[in-house]
Design a protein around this ligand. Structure first.
Ligand code: PRT
Ligand code: ZN
Length: 310
């Protein structure tokens, strides 16, 4: 990987401020900025500047191309980076070959950026397994991840490196197959390709450089990790409220998904009914609400939770 232009600007900045590299503009940007903002980090909206200083916490945000993020962490230019596991793994293998440092530690997995790296071939071609790729040309942006899997299966192939528009390679006669990121599969389909083998699954992760942080930075890092966890737990949880017949309480609590110790409050003027409040740690489906209704529950409300601190 080439030396990043960000390095010279950030070197020498405050040793007490936690430095975090995030994608400047791309598929991880919106969710990452949302997570930071929901965690109480206030920073400038403008994407023009490489470096944004948080206004209310000792944090500096470095906005760069995602491909530069693993290197910035591994070269100790930043303390933290938010990156897709696919780019992290590919860059690690590339750096190892180049004799560069590859050390980092994973702070936590994040709940966005999910995708998979898959092999796809023209829809009309039959597929029997990876051995069909013997002697074939495969276009990809991830030559190291592809090579690792092909080596495991003992398959010889020719790698065609493309950094964009990989999905047009077979139609353009550049390759027989592709190995590219897939989310919904719509891009493959609209290019007459079918996904035949997933070789890697990925999500966004928060990583840290492999050196202890200064105590001031560690304190802010600990605070942020706690807040990030709270936001992620809240995103998966719902607050459920309903009025319910007292004699069906056992059945009702049994079908509430992932709910712990509901609060039961006696309703005024009706000794047979109670109000039930519970936090569900899982998704609440319509089917569950319909079952609750059948058991006599009324005024059923499912509301999102913004923050959660256990
Ligand atoms: O400019 P920069 O280098 O920072 O960005 P980039 O263009 O290299 O990356 P970007 O923004 O496209 O993706 C950043 C990261 O998001 C990836 O490295 C993955 O970790 C993650 N991610 C999640 C995805 C997708 N989903 C995804 N769908 N990255 C790419 N795609 C592509 C996919 O390859 C396909 O071409 O999006 C297209 C649409 O996907 P379908 O299957 O939904 O049609
Ligand atoms: Zn990139």
């Amino acid at each position: 990987m080439s030396t990043c232009s960000a390095c010279s600007e950030i070197k020498g900045s405050d040793k007490n401020r936690l430095r975090i590299a995030i994608q400047k503009s791309g598929r991880l940007t919106e969710e990452t900025e949302k997570l930071f903002r929901n965690s109480g980090i206030k920073f400038a909206e403008s994407h023009d500047h490489l470096l944004a200083h948080a206004e209310n916490l000792p944090i500096d945000i470095l906005r760069v191309r995602d491909d530069d993020i693993p290197g910035l962490v591994m070269d100790h230019v930043v303390d933290w980076g938010v990156i897709g596991q696919n780019v992290l793994e590919e860059t690690s293998m590339q750096r190892e070959v180049d004799g560069q440092d590859t050390g980092f530690s994973e702070v936590m997995k994040l709940n966005y950026g999910d995708c998979r790296l898959s092999v796809a071939i023209p829809s009309e071609i039959e597929w029997h397994g990876l051995k069909d790729l013997e002697g074939k040309k495969i276009a990809t942006t991830y030559p190291f991840l592809l090579k690792r899997v092909m080596k495991q299966h003992g398959i010889n192939y020719k790698s065609v490196l493309l950094t964009g528009s990989v999905e047009v390679a077979p139609r353009a006669g550049l390759a027989d197959a592709i190995c590219d990121l897939v989310c919904t599969g719509a891009t493959l389909q609209s290019n007459g390709l079918k996904e035949v083998e997933t070789i890697y699954t990925s999500k966004a992760v928060l990583i840290q450089r492999d050196q202890p942080l200064f105590p001031e930075k560690q304190a802010i890092a600990d605070l942020l990790v706690q807040r990030f966890k709270g936001i992620m737990a809240a995103a998966e949880s719902k607050y459920i409220m309903m009025n319910a017949p007292k004699d069906k309480l056992e059945q009702i609590t049994a079908i509430l998904p992932g709910a712990e110790n509901p609060s039961i409050i006696q309703l005024e003027g009706d000794p047979t009914r109670v109000a039930l409040h519970a936090v569900s740690r899982e998704k609440v489906f319509w089917e569950t609400l319909e079952q609750l209704k059948q058991l006599g529950a009324t005024s059923i409300l499912v509301v999102p939770i913004e923050k959660m601190l256990d």
